[in-house]
Design a protein around this ligand. Structure first.
Ligand code: ADP
Length: 370
């Protein structure tokens, strides 16, 4: 069928779409921000994704456009649609992922449980929210945040003055959670949906550190999370992969924290731990092809992120020792310059016993601590 997918953004998510595309004989072309990006192997263009002319020139002869991130402006998405180029997920769905205030409002309208929240425009409104919510709040910038940047716990109404100077912010109750979970699904334009098992995610300093799948002791949450993600995917008409980040509260309720409409860190384990990875599934879904089986191939998969450190470790430098110690662990490098705190790779271990698999995955990732 000679399918060509244009991916906007050259980060690790675009990079990890390349191997399944090669396997399936689907052509992936990437519009990267810079030379030498993570996805440079498939980068046919380098340019600014905020510039409509650049994006149209990149996309004019692809079959479908999809994304490595959610930051492409609505005007640029509209220009693609006007040019007759299929955009998946579409502009209306992406608008929800692009702005946390819009996201909260739309989730509320769909009847999806979310933390108590308010749009806050100034210090006095924040003071009111704090007073109504036990004196603490999580304040978020509506746009552009990632990996905990743009998220702050505040206890004093003056604590968000810098952000309020730039416009309204989202204030949320500080959720006391037992753990964080993520439900990943994929949806085709025709409506077919596939769900991977519910996963548990562990964040350190707002950054995902590790993921265990399936989430231990999921119980009734398994069905609840799947139904919630399906309702969101259908309700917002998401096409491609949708990640729903969840809090499990101490009293056993699920609240939606975040949505991502693209492959997501909580699903990296699927490359080595599921019949169909989130990256292959995303390609299938945006091309409106029948979806693959999302079943896990092992009882337990644990993914541990590798973050760059002060020493600037290049993952392959450490492969001789890491591979020798862990022949059964899968290593993934994003081909990025290592900067402190930056996600530069991940490892995945699979097996039968959760504690043993977690120990192996952590030990393998530990080879890249600098
Ligand atoms: P980002 O867009 O940067 O990933 P998130 O909204 O996902 O930001 O928040 C990052 C992390 O901060 C979450 O994974 C969670 O650990 C914590 N967090 C976010 N919102 C809340 C909240 N309302 N209550 C408690 N913790 C929160």
């Amino acid at each position: 069928m000679g399918a060509v997918i244009g991916v906007i953004g050259g980060g690790q998510l675009a990079r990890m779409m390349i191997p399944p595309a090669v396997a399936l004989g689907i052509e992936v072309r990437v519009l990267a921000e810079t030379e030498g990006s993570s996805a440079s192997l498939a980068a046919t263009a380098v340019g600014d994704y905020r510039d409509a002319a650049t994006v149209l020139a990149f996309a004019f002869d692809v079959d479908v456009v999809t994304f490595d991130h959610e930051h492409v402006p609505q005007e640029v998405l509209a220009a693609l649609v006007a040019a007759g180029i299929p955009v998946r997920p579409g502009p209306d769905a992406l608008a929800v992922a692009q702005d946390k205030l819009v996201m909260r409002a739309r989730l509320g309208a769909l009847g999806i449980p979310v933390p108590a929240w308010a749009e806050v425009r100034d210090r006095s409104e924040l003071a009111q929210f704090l007073a109504a919510n036990g004196g603490a709040a999580v304040v978020k910038t509506p746009r552009g945040g990632y990996d905990g940047k743009g998220v702050r716990v505040v206890r004093d109404a003056a604590d968000a003055d810098d952000w309020l100077a730039a416009g309204p912010v989202l204030a949320e109750e500080l959720v006391v959670f037992r753990r964080e979970l993520a439900q990943l699904v994929a949806r085709r334009p025709s409506g077919e949906l596939a769900a991977w098992p519910l996963a548990e995610t562990v964040q350190v300093g707002g950054v995902c550190a590790e993921v265990i799948a399936p989430a231990p002791d999921g119980g009734s949450l398994i069905v609840e999370a799947r139904e919630m993600a399906a309702a969101i995917a259908h309700g917002l008409e998401v096409t491609g992969v949708l990640a729903v980040e969840l809090f499990e509260t101490v009293d056993g309720r699920l609240l939606v924290n975040e949505l991502a409409m693209r492959p997501h860190n909580s699903g990296h384990w699927t490359i080595d731990g599921a019949v169909t990875s989130q990256f292959e599934q995303h390609l299938r879904a945006v091309l409106d092809l029948p979806l693959g089986d999302p079943s896990p191939v092992a009882a337990v998969s644990v993914m541990v992120n590798v973050l760059g450190g002060p020493a600037g470790a290049h993952l392959p430098d450490r492969y001789p020792a890491a591979f020798a110690a862990h022949p059964d662990v899968k290593f993934h490098s994003y081909g990025k310059d290592s900067r402190p705190g930056r996600k530069v790779g991940h490892v995945t271990a699979t097996g039968g016993d959760a504690d043993a698999v977690r120990t192996r995955a952590r030990a393998a990732a530990g080879f890249f601590d600098s």
